[in-house]
Each structure stands twice: as C-alpha cells, then as structure tokens.
Ligand binder design. Structure first.
Ligand code: OAD
Length: 246
C-alpha cells in the first residue's frame, strides 16, 4: 500500500536540488544485522562499556576482538536488502548526492554506494594501537591481529564510546550538509551525537528532513515528513513513485 506520507516524501525527493542521507542500523535490520537499541538490540545483551571503549580494549583485547570477529562473521554471511540497493540506485541515478552512515557493516558500499562517509568507521578496517599502520581484514579476524610493522596489537578502526569522530570526515560531512536542501534520515534512533544532529544543520538552513523508521525518534518533531514502516519495504515503493513523477 502507498500512503499519503510516502507520496509527500516522493514529491520532496523529486523536487530536491541536493540530497543527502543519514543512515543507521535500521537499514541493515532486514539483512539480519542486529541493531544496537530496541528489544533485540546489541546493547540489550552486551555491555557497551565492556566492548566498545578504549578502556575495555586495554583491559581485555581478546574479548573485544572476539565480539568484533563474531560481528564480522555475521556480516560476511548476510545479504543486502532493498533499502541498501534502493539507496545505491538513487546515487547512481543522481537522486542522492551523498550518504552519511553510522553503520560500520560496509553494506552500503557492497550495494554499490560510492559517495559514502562512514562516520563511525568500518568493521573491516584496523589500526595499530602504537604506530601509524592502518590495514583491512578480508575475512573475520582470528585472535588478536598483530601489526605487520611494529608487532603491537591492531584494533578495529571504529569509533568507540568516548572517542571523537575523524576530523577529516567531519569536515566532509559539514560540506555535504551545507550543500543540501533535503536530508533523508533512514533507520536511526537519532540518539547518538553528533550524528543525530546532522539533519538539523540542513533544517536550520531552510532545508527539509524526511524520516523513515518503524518508530518515532527525537528527530521526528523536526521532520517535514515521517514515513512509518520497514525501510526495505518503504524505499522501493517511494522509488516507484519517483519513476511516475519523472
Ligand atoms: P539504533 O539501534 O540505536 O537504532 C536503530 C533504529 O532503526 C531504531 O530507531 C529502529 O526503530 C530502527 N529500525 C529497526 N529496524 C528497522 C527497519 N526495518 N526499518 C526502519 N527502521 C528500523 O542504531 P543507530 O541509530 O544506528 O555507534 O545507532 C547509532 C550508533 O549507536 C551506532 O552507530 C553505534 C551505536 O552505539 C557506535 O558504535 C559508535
């Protein structure tokens, strides 16, 4: 079924001059990648402070790597869903200019999205805890990966609680937000800063926010349209509406 809110969203997308999107774990939920919050979210069953902080890694690097290896295994096995492919198609067709994602699963790139800013890092990337070495794993880690240059431990190159976002990526994010007149907010609880405030930058400069989520979020009141439902189902329907509008 096509709702009135989907029609409103399609009209705003088709009228956009420069559109960016902010995505979160909800985009990968229909690929069976667990989200962080909610009934079956990772932070319900695991303690973020034991697994996703620099202090946790210093205390027990083996435990932290085991958790990342488990997640890498899940992602290696999972399939893309229509939300990933529709977002990639929108970039290829010139509908979407740039994607800002909080996801570390790499599924947007696997779907073909190229203009992607991964603000929380990449689950497959590694960096040395002591020298400047940065690398990539092409399969789930075995034990604690070791730096080929200095023999110290490698850690996942993701942003942990208490760490800042990469300043070069943040500069690019702000360039994109400054250019945009529409920001899609797709499958994020909008609870983690600074990412949760990115769409407000677009709104405050006169642009529009379109939110797609199964629940309301702190960004819902600021959204011009909130489309309720699973993004793997909603985005392809909106894509069809766009075809009819063009
Ligand atoms: P959350 O787990 O906080 O939120 C996922 C959102 O997706 C929720 O609002 C759900 O309602 C929504 N959702 C779930 N399934 C959906 C579906 N099929 N269609 C539409 N929406 C759906 O994940 P994020 O907002 O991405 O940070 O979390 C932000 C950050 O918190 C993560 O990047 C991670 C985490 O701690 C770091 O690790 C630094």
């Amino acid at each position: 079924m096509v709702s009135e809110t989907m029609k409103e969203a399609a009209k705003i997308i088709s009228d956009a001059e420069y559109m960016v999107a902010l995505t979160g774990a909800g985009v990968s939920r229909e690929s069976n990648v667990p989200t962080f919050r909610g009934a079956d979210g990772l932070w319900r069953n695991y303690d973020a402070m034991e697994l996703a902080t620099p202090h946790a890694f210093a205390r027990n690097p083996k435990l932290v790597w085991e958790w990342y290896t488990w997640r890498q295994g899940l992602i290696a096995e999972c399939e893309l869903n229509p939300a990933h492919t529709t977002i990639a198609d929108w970039e290829a067709n010139g509908v979407l200019n740039h994607l800002i994602t909080q996801n570390v699963d790499g599924l947007h790139r696997r779907a073909g999205s190229e203009n992607v800013l991964e603000v929380h890092g990449d689950l497959w990337a590694t960096k040395c805890i002591s020298c400047d070495y940065q690398g990539r794993l092409d399969s789930p880690a075995e034990g604690i990966p070791i730096c080929p240059e200095c023999n110290n431990m490698l850690r996942p190159d993701v942003v942990w609680f208490g760490e800042s976002l990469d300043s070069r990526i943040m500069t690019r994010v702000h360039e994109e937000l400054a250019s945009a007149d529409v920001c899609l907010v797709i499958g994020t609880s909008a609870l983690v800063q600074p990412a949760a405030s990115f769409p407000l930058v677009v709104k405050h400069s006169g642009g529009k926010i379109l939110e797609f989520n199964v629940e309301r979020t702190p960004l819902t009141p600021a959204s011009d349209v909130h489309v309720s439902g699973k993004v793997g189902e909603i985005l392809p329907k909106i894509d069809k509406l766009l075809t009819n509008l063009s």
